[in-house]
Design a protein around this ligand. Structure first.
Ligand code: AMP
Length: 225
C-alpha cells in the first residue's frame, strides 16, 4: 500500500484545492481534512456549534482561530491521521493556525505544502459555476464538469447545490481575507523549506499529475505505513 503522506494544500478560493485534495487523499490513502466541509456539515446539522459557525460562513469571514485549531487538533490526533497522514484543505488560513499545526503534529514533519497558483480573474468564473454536493462535499462545475443527472451527486446521490457563500459579496470578502491572512503563509512556509508552487491551470488530471510528482519528490518518510 502507498506509504501515506502529510500534505497541506494552499490556494485561493476556486483554485481547485477541494478537487485536488480529494484526488490526493485517494492516491496516498490518507484522510482528507477539509475544515470548510466540517463547518458546512455542522451548519446542516443545526447544532449549536453549527449555528455559531453559520454567521461566519455566510459572511465569508474566518471562524476564530481557537475554534478551528481545536477542531483540527482533535481530527489530526485520530489514529488514521497519526498513522497514515493527512491532506489538509482550507487549514491553515492564518499564521497563528500554521504555528498551531506545527505544534499539533510535532515531532512528525509535513512532507510538503502545495501552493496552487491561479489568477483572481480565473477564479471568479470558476466560483460562479461551482456546485457542491450537500452530503459528501464532491465538487462540480455547471460549465466544465456537471453531475451526470442535473442536481444529483454522481458519488453519493445527494443534492448538488450552489454554496451559500458563493455570492458575489461573500466571494469578495473571502478573496480579501485570503490576501490579508492566508497569502502571508506562502512566505511563512517557504522560509521553512516546505513550500512548492504548482500552476493550477489545465485539466484536473494535468494538475493532479503535477502535484503527485512533486509530493513524491519531496516525501522523505520511510517510517510510515
Ligand atoms: P472553504 O470551504 O475552505 O472555502 O471554507 C468555507 C468557510 O469556512 C470559510 O469562508 C470560513 O468561514 C470557514 N473556514 C474554513 N476553514 C477555516 C479556517 N482554517 N479558519 C477560519 N475559518 C475557516
Amino acid at each position: 500500500m502507498n506509504p501515506g503522506a502529510r500534505i497541506v494544500v494552499l490556494g485561493k478560493q476556486g483554485a481547485g484545492k477541494g478537487t485536488q485534495a480529494v484526488r490526493l487523499s485517494r492516491h496516498y490513502v490518507v484522510p482528507h481534512v477539509a475544515t470548510g466541509d466540517t463547518f458546512r456539515a455542522a451548519v446542516r446539522s443545526g447544532s449549536e456549534f453549527g449555528q455559531k459557525a453559520k454567521h461566519y460562513l455566510d459572511a465569508g469571514d474566518l471562524v476564530p482561530d481557537d475554534v478551528v485549531i481545536g477542531m483540527v487538533r482533535e481530527r489530526l490526533h485520530r489514529d488514521d491521521a497519526v498513522h497514515r497522514g493527512f491532506i489538509l484543505d482550507g487549514f491553515p488560513r492564518t499564521v497563528a493556525q500554521a504555528s498551531a499545526l506545527m505544534e499539533i503534529i510535532d515531532p512528525h514533519p509535513i512532507d510538503v505544502v502545495l501552493n496552487l497558483e491561479i489568477y483572481t480573474s480565473e477564479v471568479l468564473g470558476r466560483l460562479a459555476s461551482r456546485r457542491v454536493c450537500s452530503d459528501c462535499g464532491a465538487n462540480f462545475s455547471v460549465t466544465d464538469n456537471p453531475p451526470r443527472v442535473p442536481g444529483i451527486c454522481d458519488v453519493c446521490g445527494g443534492d448538488v447545490v450552489q454554496r451559500d457563500d458563493d455570492t458575489e459579496l461573500a466571494i469578495r470578502r473571502r478573496l480579501e481575507l485570503y490576501e490579508r491572512e492566508t497569502a502571508p503563509l506562502i512566505e511563512w512556509f517557504e522560509g521553512r523549506g516546505l513550500l512548492t508552487s504548482i500552476v493550477g491551470r489545465g485539466t484536473p488530471d494535468d494538475v493532479t499529475r503535477r502535484l503527485v510528482l512533486e509530493v513524491d519528490r519531496r516525501k522523505i518518510r520511510p517510517d510510515v505505513g
